[in-house]
Design a protein around this ligand. Structure first.
Ligand SMILES: [Zn+2]
Length: 295
């Protein structure tokens, strides 16, 4: 009997000890997992889910009592090292591609006509909009976005002495235009792409523009000029002159970023656009917009 008890007791104790260790391990593992998960909530999401999660946050409608119109959610630009890299090397591509870009809009008179034509031609373009004009024509901006065009930032006022008074004032202009775009779309949209009014180099403000490029980069904002133009804001007064300017500046370049304007007085830009498009198609260019960069 005694012998039996002695035999049984250690057996029971051994089982209890193993069970107790098992429970302790489970508890420690659970606590450890809890702490780790709390610090890394996305750790079990695939890369794709994580991106979707971020996009969901980005595309969340702005909570604003006054916001009546919310754009149908289309694509949203994404800024990353790779995007910045693609932008820095945009002219090094082997592929023949063309980016149609329109500055200084949206306008009531010209922009809707250009949008109709782009829709008919099935081309997605890029609009470098002015914040002040977005405030005047928010529904036209929504249409640009909903039809798949890229909305980029051209500052708010287009008044050089305001914009270029300091690097901070350039950033203020960007943010003010950004706010106008967000108000018009009802979405937390950021194109992360700026075009310096008057171009990013040269002129009276050259040094300030140079310093501003660093500030823009620190704020995850890329910039782009152009390497071809219709001269619609610089003297060309006839359709023939506009088309000739496009042809001579496009030349034999592989990647072409064409500067045009959709301000209210640029009706000629619209009128010559079918011929510009036909010419580029004939030369074998593929039409792109900056969603091909900011993705
Ligand atoms: Zn401009």
């Amino acid at each position: 009997m005694i012998y039996g008890l002695i035999e049984v007791k250690p057996k029971m104790n051994k089982k209890k000890v193993i069970f107790a260790i098992f429970i302790a391990v489970v508890i420690i593992a659970a606590i450890g997992f809890g702490i780790f998960y709390h610090k890394n909530p996305n750790m079990f999401l695939s890369q794709e889910n994580t991106v979707q999660e971020e996009n969901t946050v980005l595309s969340k409608p702005i909570k604003n009592e006054k916001q009546k119109h919310i754009a149908k959610v289309n694509f949203l630009p994404v800024y990353s090292e790779e995007a910045q890299n693609r932008l820095d090397n945009i002219y090094n591509s082997e592929e023949k591609s063309v980016y149609l870009t329109f500055d200084d809009g949206p306008s009531k008179t010209v922009t809707p006509l250009i949008l109709d034509l782009l829709k008919q031609e099935n081309i997605k373009a890029t609009f470098f909009v002015l914040g002040a004009r977005v405030d005047l024509n928010p529904s036209i901006l929504r249409r640009e976005y909903e039809e798949g065009h890229f909305i980029a930032n051209h500052g708010y006022s287009h008044i050089y002495s305001n914009i270029y008074s300091s690097t901070g004032s350039v950033l203020e202009e960007y943010n003010k235009a950004q706010q106008a775009i967000q108000n018009a779309l009802g979405l937390e949209y950021n194109g992360h792409l700026f075009r310096f009014p008057g171009g990013s180099t040269g002129g009276k403000y050259h040094n300030l523009k140079k310093d501003t490029k660093t500030v823009l980069r620190e704020n995850q904002i890329g910039y782009i000029d152009w390497n071809a133009l219709s001269s619609d804001a610089a003297g060309a007064k006839t359709k023939e002159a506009l088309l000739e300017s496009v042809k001579s500046t496009v030349g034999e370049k592989n990647t072409v970023v064409i500067l045009m304007h959709d301000a209210g007085d640029k009706i000629l830009t619209y009128e010559v656009l079918p011929e510009v498009i036909a010419y580029l198609r004939e030369k074998g260019y593929i039409f792109k917009n900056f969603y091909d960069i900011m993705k």
